[in-house]
Design a protein around this ligand. Sequence first.
Ligand code: F6R
Length: 264
Amino acid sequence: MRVLIRKDYEEMSKTAAKIVADLIRRKPNCVLGLATGSTPIGMYEELIRMHKEEGLDFSQVVTFNLDEYYGLPPDHPQSYRYFMDEHLFKHINIKPENTHVPDGTVPIDRIDEYCRRYEEMIKEAGGIDLQVLGIGRDGHIAFNEPGSSLSSRTRLVALDEQTRKDNSRFFKSIDEVPRAAITMGVGTILEARCCMLLASGEGKAEVVAKAIEGPVTSQITASALQLHPNVIVILDEAAASKLERKDYYLYTERMFEELGKPLV
Ligand code: F6R
């Protein structure tokens, strides 16, 4: 794991956006795995700026989102499709047909087939080159709540109470937060060629330390990233504050810089 520690949220977001932009410039038809939530918003803002000011071209980029609330239609202001349109897609030159967010309105008797098809579409697109991830306070990646199999696939899941509470800040009340979601599985995520986990703020410090430095466990599904050969973790100082090996990560970054070898 390459752990990059940045001064604050803005620097974390800029580093993340640069990694995405470098990939798009190297491989214009790359496949990005995208996340919603508060954490990647700054990265999306920086990508929009790069598109507008530097001509970063999304015309051949294909995207797959990690998850969607079950029961919310795409035009619901709290749906993840709506979020992606508002925070990224409508500001860049991506083709709408190249963007994929799981459909939260699939009838329940067709959900398993739909989830299988979502995975097939990822494969048909050539697989995910770079998967952007946030981490929940219970250690989830996507909506893989504690106890999810580390080989799980895209499926319907029940949302944990902690997750519903955390996400209720976007709804009028917790009762409005959906109880289920469609999510890529941990196994699906681990198939991406590269995973990039972002976390910011003190509230994430404890779980970040567990995910990066603790044992691999289905109780903290982000810890499964330790098994992946190509993971970049980008943290602000607050989110990095409980890491035991923090000095080593900082030293590694300095050392690579001195050697003139890009860390990522
Ligand atoms: C969002 C997702 C979630 C979030 C996580 C952190 O698509 O899959 O796992 O990344 O809940 O959310 P924030 O960034 O709001 O703290």
